[in-house]
Structure formats: structure tokens, C-alpha cells
Design a protein around this ligand. Sequence first.
Ligand code: DC
Length: 223
Amino acid sequence: MGFIITIDGWSACGKSTLAKALAKKLGYAYIDSGAMYRAITLYFLRNHVDWTEAKEVKQALKDITIEFHFNDKTQQSEIYLNGENIEYVIRDLVIAEKVSDVAAIKEVRTFAVAQQQKLGVKKGIVMDGRDIGTTVFPSAELKIFMVADERVRVERRFKELFEKNPNITIEEIKTNVELRDYIDSHREVSPLRKADDAIELDNTNLTEKEQLDFALQLLKKLV
Ligand code: DC
């Protein structure tokens, strides 16, 4: 059956890199909960939903179906919005600039959290996000809370986005990361915070292999 592993932390900390590597190593499912909030944001933007109006939000959520499908070619689970693969579209800065506002809406969180909890029923899952260890799976067997120096986080995200869009500037990324961290940790519903029983992982000076080894050591203590 396996465990539930939660990985929360600040924006651009490398949560998804660690979560994907862990899931691959363990043969677990990987779910990127942030992708769900990005998918909802994409739908709202495309359909001109005024998300300051609760009624409009509720109506729009009824028309949204989110699924994850494993892509054999990329060996990754990818997100679909109403049948369309949007895995790459949602990484755009246009979405990143609005997603924290959308993710702060109570109705949006209720909608996303219910689906996330369903995905964890069979366990054997690694899920990353901001409130996975605190709200979505408070009884998860292993909870990791990731941190890293802001400079390193901004550089990493810049490298990633610059490959797709050479017009992007490091200042834009810095502003976005700082703003998202602020909104995500100050919202009323399920703000980003370390669960009391989560273990902090600072990966400022760690390689991907070192952070995976750190997580695997923690896991060893459970079995
Ligand atoms: O992990 P990410 O950067 O793709 O997440 C995008 C946004 O979604 C993030 O700024 C805050 C929100 N989010 C959230 O509120 N709760 C989660 N569990 C995951 C993401």
C-alpha cells in the first residue's frame, strides 16, 4: 500500500524535483498540487471569470475537470484540464502572476483539496504543495518542508523559464517569487507553514542526489 509523503515549502525550492525523484525511486504516484491551482487559474483567465465574485467562481468550478495521466514518453504524470494536456502552458509567468490570488479563494481550495485527498486514498503517493502536510494529509507518514535561500531559488526558476522564454528577466522572477511567497503564507485559508511534525530540508547547497538521499534516509527510519 505504501506511505503518503508530503513535500511543502516556498516557491521555486525544488519541491517537484525531489517529489518526482522520490516517486520514481519508490514506484509511487507523484501529484503536483500546485499544477491544479495553475490549471484553475488558466481556466479563469481563458474564460474571463471574475474571481472576486464568489458566485462566478462556484459556477466556473462546476465546469472544471482536472485529471493526471502518466506520459510513457516523458515518464512523468501530466495534468489535463477538461481533456486538454496543459502541463506546459501552466508554467508560464502569466499564470504564475495570478495563481496565488486564485489559490487564496476558499471555494477553490475546497475544490482542489477534495480531489487531492481522493488521489491519496490508495497511498503510495508523493504530493508537493503548500498545505499538503498541514491540511490535505495531516496524518501523512513522512512530511518534508523545503527551504532554500531566495537568491538560489530565483536563479533556479530563472534558468528554467529562460529556456522557454529568453525575454524573461531575473527581476520579473524575483518579484513573482517574493509576491507569491507573501500571499501564500499570509492568506486566511491554509496558509503555507511547516507542519509541527514536518522535517525541514534546506537544499541551498545540496545537489539533487543529496536531497534525494536525505529523503530516503528519513524514509528508512519509518520501515
Ligand atoms: O508549486 P507551484 O509554484 O506550481 O504552485 C503554484 C501556486 O499554487 C503557489 O504559488 C501557491 C498555490 N498552491 C497552494 O496554494 N497550495 C498548494 N498545495 C500548492 C500550490
